[in-house]
Design a binder for this molecule. Structure first.
Ligand SMILES: CC(C)(COP(=O)(O)OP(=O)(O)OC[C@H]1O[C@@H](n2cnc3c(N)ncnc32)[C@H](O)[C@@H]1OP(=O)(O)O)[C@@H](O)C(=O)NCCC(=O)NCCS
Length: 166
């Protein structure tokens, strides 16, 4: 694998993040829920970053980006809805279509697992993946997440729940 690194999202990332999101908008919307159209502007992304960073400050969210060797953003990964008393959080990630198939989502998810354990002391991570998202199902499986059967009265909206005990 070429040199990539996972680092925390910064307030100065707005322009680079906007470029990444605009470039991959169709690609992401073919796999995951679409963002509000107002997100796709410098102001929209600046507000989005501010929101993530204030959630980070209160220990509810841990946002990361993946950079290539030239410093370009090629992916994102987040620990979401961190619930310290319960010891749990959700994971999310998205990779630039041109950078897929090189193990970047796996790298990012392994990073999230390590941060969840070492920094936040969490014991459980959850991933929601659409059934048809074969690539993402492979990523969670490779990182040890197990498919959790929904209970009879649970509405999943086409998403499967995968859980990792750490
Ligand atoms: C899903 C996604 C994150 C995978 O990123 P990635 O960096 O390509 O993932 P990795 O390279 O770590 O692993 C993907 C694996 O799935 C495989 N794969 C991908 N698409 C596949 C498909 N349609 N059928 C079979 N295998 C597939 C890849 O070959 C790879 O396996 P390999 O390493 O054994 O060759 C990326 O496609 C993406 O960002 N999609 C849009 C957003 C999204 O779906 N996010 C996840 C929401 S749960």
């Amino acid at each position: 694998m070429k040199a990539f690194r996972v680092r925390e999202l910064k307030s100065t990332d707005a322009e680079a993040l906007l470029a990444f999101e605009i470039h991959n908008r169709e690609w992401f919307e073919s796999h995951i829920d679409a963002r509000d159209p107002s997100f796709y502007s410098l102001q929209g992304v600046t507000d989005h970053i501010e929101c993530f960073l204030s959630d980070f400050a209160i220990g509810a969210w841990h946002p990361f980006v993946i950079e290539d060797s030239s410093g370009k953003i090629v992916g994102r990964a987040n620990l979401k809805s961190i619930n310290s008393p319960k010891g749990s959080a959700e994971v999310g990630y998205r990779i630039d279509q041109r950078a897929c198939g090189q193990g970047l989502a796996t790298l990012a998810l392994r990073h999230l697992i390590q941060e969840a354990q070492m920094r936040w002391g969490l014991t459980q991570l959850v991933a929601y993946v659409y059934t048809e998202n074969v690539g993402s199902r492979k990523v969670v499986g490779r990182c040890g997440f197990l498919f959790e059967q929904p209970s009879c009265d649970e509405k999943t909206g086409g998403e499967c729940r995968f859980v990792l005990s750490i």
